[in-house]
Design a binder for this molecule. Sequence first.
Ligand SMILES: [Zn+2]
Length: 106
Amino acid sequence: MFRRRETGQNPSANELAEAERVAALHPVQQKAHPSAVAADPSRLRHINTYGALPEYYIDRPFICRACGKQEIWKAADQKWYYEDAKGHIDAKAVECHACRTTRNQR
Ligand SMILES: [Zn+2]
């Protein structure tokens, strides 16, 4: 099955507008949205938080703190980050792909 790798890198204006629209929806609507990716609570046990664990992930538009570029942190990438890479729940994408790549090469 062909699946395009969605990185959120260099999103089109339409993709950004759609991600911003979904990000502003009520959580109940977000969870039911076709772009939402369900979270697996059994894979989030490493997270110590007094807040609620995520039940789902949606695409998150953000502005790179280093260069100001707009990108999208894709729902599938968040799932990987929290559930496979065991990232901290308070960690959010703050730098675009290009800036992260540059920093990692230094
Ligand atoms: Zn950047």
